[in-house]
Write a protein that binds this ligand. Sequence first.
Ligand SMILES: Nc1nc2c(ncn2[C@@H]2O[C@H](COP(=O)(O)OP(=O)(O)OP(=O)(O)O)[C@@H](O)[C@H]2O)c(=O)[nH]1
Ligand SMILES: [Mg+2]
Length: 296
Amino acid sequence: MSKYGVMVMGPAGAGKSTFCASLITHLQLNRRSAFYVNLDPAAEHFEHAPDLDIKDLISLEDVMDEVKLGPNGGLIYCFEFLMENLDFLSDALDSLTEEYLIIFDMPGQIELYTHIPILPTLVKFLTNPGALDIRLCAAYLLESTFVVDRAKYFAGTLSAMSAMIMLEVPHINVLSKMDLVKDQLRKKDFKRFITPDMTLLDDDPADAAQKKAGINVDDQGAGPTDSGALMSGASFKRLNTAVASLIESFSMVSYLKLDCTDEDSVAAILSYIDDCIQYHEAQEPKELAEDEFEEE
Ligand SMILES: Nc1nc2c(ncn2[C@@H]2O[C@H](COP(=O)(O)OP(=O)(O)OP(=O)(O)O)[C@@H](O)[C@H]2O)c(=O)[nH]1
Ligand SMILES: [Mg+2]
């Protein structure tokens, strides 16, 4: 029997846990079952108590105390420990029926999504048809406030693309915290950021600010120290242009918009997730209880 799940990923503070909480609330309001798995060994506060918490297996605090690692090395240690104890996941998830949406709340350390092969192995284990057989969708969140800084936006998009290529499961990319940019950017202007392309660099507000400060951003021949600062000047612009061109040529990333304060927005993201994993196709028609039947 297939199971259904979504793995919520993205950089630190992107709004992953908030989205998981809004998603669970929305599922509950729509009489759907959620199973919330916290895989962040440092997470302390939850709006909905996790049904399964990695901290019951290993906590970052203990690792940092006992193995004397820092927070990032400690996180990698926790995940390596999880990979050696996968029964912790299979024991809890094995009995779930196809009615459930299993929600994995991931940590925000970016190295987990880019250059360490732990996540692909974990995803392979979760989706293996001979074992848990979870139809999994990855949801990669990026903060919508990043659009104000083009360099950040393209760097974030590159990390989303890297996660997409690495995981090989259906994937959606989401610009979170839309309520924070709604007033600054008109809908029409925001549309440009849904599909990243190089034209977004044409009117980079950072260029104007740098020109005002007397930094040369246009000199094609300028070297790496032309501006005196590493994150500005012509060479930095060339780097951004190269990254933007790479993203455009792959043409893999486009974004959905999410505002967790708006239930319709959460519902829209859920319907994309449902489509990706074909959740509805596996559901048995539900019989209504007598009082619900009368209500209908
Ligand atoms: N305005 C606004 N704030 C949000 C939204 N989503 C999350 N936040 C805030 O952003 C901060 C970080 O949110 P989290 O959900 O903890 O982010 P996270 O990605 O789980 O963070 P880590 O697990 O630490 O990587 C919190 O202060 C949230 O209240 C949103 O849709 N709108
Ligand atoms: Mg979190």
